[in-house]
Structure formats: structure tokens, C-alpha cells
Design a binder for this molecule. Sequence first.
Ligand SMILES: N[C@@H](Cc1ccccc1)C(=O)O
Length: 502
Amino acid sequence: MRLPRNQLAVLEELSADEPTTIEELAAETGEKPETVTGAAFELEEQGLVDVSEETSVEVELTDEGAEYAEEGLPEVRLYETALDQGADEEPAQMGQVVGASGLEGPEVDIALSNYARKGYGDIGGGEITADPDADPGEDEEAVALASLAAGEAVADEDVLDQLERRDLVERHERTVRSVTLTDEGVTALMSGIEAAGETGQLTPEMLATGEWRDAEFAEYNVEADAEEISGGKTHILRQTAERVKDVLVGMGFSEMEGPHADAEFWINDALFMPQDHPARTHWDQFALEKPEEIRDLPDDLVDRVRDAHKHGVGPDGDGYHSPWEEDVARAIDLRGHTTSLSMRYLSGHEVGDLEPPERYFSVEKVYRNDTIDATHLLEFFQIEGWVMAEDLSVRDLMGTFTEFYSQFGITDIQFKPHYNPYTEPSFELFGRHPETGELIEIGNSGIFRPEVLEPLGVECDVMAWGLALERLLMLMYGFEDIRDVHGTLCDLELLRETEVVR
Ligand SMILES: N[C@@H](Cc1ccccc1)C(=O)O
């Protein structure tokens, strides 16, 4: 007879008269308990052994239980002190007895709450009595604690229940398996068993030496699950960005490109954002220390923007009555929106003067000093865009969004009036989250004010927007937490399994 090595090792440790526990077998064979258990069940299937199971409850003293086993239960200590103070003859002062007992902190309450219950005496009106017939030597709880501390078993379940309620003991269930040799096992052992070295892999050497003839091969498990293999793939956010670009190019837009770190001039000043606007502080934007300022700003444009800030535009124009410093405009920040790119392109600075109609977009990263939560990160992708044409209206703006979002299966966009220093009118866009049903903000838009367009030299209308790519993703796939999609806490399974539909 041949048996796998670990089964044979177990079999050889067994006797027919006395059960051997799995723990003992593990210690003898040097195998892990799981391996021994597995081997024992295999042997049982072949009729060579019997496996029996017994569940036992182990009782263990908690730290508090161990302490009382040594020093006595608080109520017993209180009783003994009360006796010393003669409370068996005449009621004693409670404070005095407690003081003399050496009980401290919570022990005092424990002693008081168990004292009368266990018949040690009465407590009330600031006095304590001690029942002369009470006998701590017969206190079942104290006796049980002492037995447990000495490693002896306690059979009385009621007492154990009581001790468990007092957190003095913990009970754990334990299943012990034992293995005994059957008659068949004895016979098999006597007639000799060889260890079978099961071969998993046929090697060229085995073929050459002819060793394969005697080898015993492991059987194939044709039902085993195949290992899952996941390859690399483009991140879903990037896939969606590509999709957005395709859609916008399909709608006749060209792509803008430009610096992530840019002059405040392009990020804020060209947008008619007053230099003392609260969004222009380090609370909201990340400022660069170096380089200290931008090199190439078109001087005439700087003059016209300064003028718009000071005096407004047109005959009835009115500017901000606050200072405007060129140094501030030249300082460099990480862009908080990609509207800086729109300003660069509309001014003619990037691709020369533009003639209407024109459409431009970008899908690029922006940076904000936000508080990170389920819907905010410090950086995100903005879908920037603008259309330059004669006589644009809010209908054109809404129509463009309706067409754009419908390409992603989103057909219930809502618009709410909003305020931006650079657009009038302005609208925030909202979409309904497919899982939570909540309305979430997905973008901001409007028609540029003359104070923005005139200095840029643009003479017709321009409607523009900034949409959040991550929010589009939330609406498309039902993500509830942006941190599942990017960053160190991202959910890899979700990223692996989500497919961007094209
Ligand atoms: N810059 C705005 C979006 C926007 C762009 C252009 C016009 C109007 C609004 C934002 O980041 O929220």
C-alpha cells in the first residue's frame, strides 16, 4: 500500500486503543494542525482511522477575576472589615468600614452592590451591619474563582454565569478532534505502507531515465477555478476624458493647451476678478514661490485689463474701487480652473486673433485648496469650453449642454442661476446621482461680460463653461465617493471592472 507522506506520518503516530488529538499529532509530526486534520479525514475515508469530535468549554479568568482570586472578592473584603469593626454586634459607620477595608475606586461600588445580595449584611442610612452567620468560605463565587485560579474545573453553570456577568471569567468553546486507528488501519500498518511521492510534473529526466514508469502522478482537478489574471488598462478617468474629447471634436470644437502653473493675470485678472476677491487668497489657490513672476504678458492687454478693473468698460462703465497691482497679476499659481486657457486663446495670445464662429475646449487638470471629502479632491479634471459667435443666448448654452450630456446617456440636466464675476447671466448645472438620487453640481457656465471681452478685443458673444469630469463619471457609473476612483484609497476592483462605453 502507498500513501502520501503526510498521511503516513499521521498513521504511524496513532494507536488503536487510545484517541490522539490533532494537536498532539501536529506536535509529533511537525506538520501544521490543518494539514494533520486534512490527512486524518483522508485516512478516515479509506477506513483506516476514526475521527471523533468533542466540543468543550474552556473557562478563563479575566484580569479582574485573577486579581480577586488572589485578594478576595470586594464584598468579602468588605464583610471581613465590617466584622473587625464589630458590625456583627452593632451597625458600624459605612465610611469608616470602607476606609479600613482598603477597597478603592470602582471596587467600592462592586462591594456594595453584591454585599446584601449575598447575605453578608445590610447597608443603609450610612451604616453597615455584618451577618454573624455569613461564611465567606461558602461564597460560591469566591470558591469558584479560587478553583479556576488553581487550574481546576468548575461544574456549576449558574455560578459560572454569574461570574461571566461580573466580567470575572470568559468562556470559550473549543472543538477537539481525536483520531483512533481502526482494525483495518492496524492491519494496513502491519503489512507495511510506503510513502507515495506523488508527481505533479513529468520532467525530461523522468522520460530519459524511464523513472516515469513507476511514478504515481497527481490527478488533474478539471473542476478547479482558473486563476484570474488582470492586465494593465487605461484608467477609467482617462478613458472618459478621451471619450469627452471625441464627443467635443465631433461637435466641431478644437482643443486648447496651456500651462498648469500660470500667471494670476490669466487665471483671475483677465476674468475681471477683483484683486481683493476672497477666492484669490492662499486659502483657495496654491501659489508658487518660484518663479516669482511670469515673463511674457502682452503689455497692451495688461493696460486694458487694468483699465477695465479701474473704470469698467463702455460709456457708463464702472470698475472696482479697489487697488490693482501688476505684481499681483504677474505672480504664479497652480490654475484653479482652465478658464485661464480660454483667456489665453480668446486674447489671440495663443493662435492669433480669432474670427467668429469659433469653438474651443480642453479636458485638463485644475488645482484647488479644498477640504478632501467624497466629492472633493485637491485636483480634478475640468471640461472647459467656449463658443464665440454673433448673438448667443442662454438657449444656445442649454442646447449645447443638452447635446453634450445626452452623448453620455444623461438627459435630465438642471440649470440654476448663479453668480460669477466674469459671466452674466451665469448658470450652475446639476445632475441626478443614479444611486443616491441626490442632485449634484456638475458644472458652471455663463456668457462672458463685456468687462472680460472688450479688453481681450473680442467683439461678438462668447458663452463658456467649466464642467467637472469626475462628476460626469459619478453620473455615468454611480460612484459615490470620488476617492474610489483616484488617489491612494481607490477601489482597484471597481477600476478593473468598469468599462467605458463608446
Ligand atoms: N471657471 C468656472 C467655470 C466657468 C467657465 C467659463 C464660464 C463660466 C464658468 C469654474 O471653475 O467653476
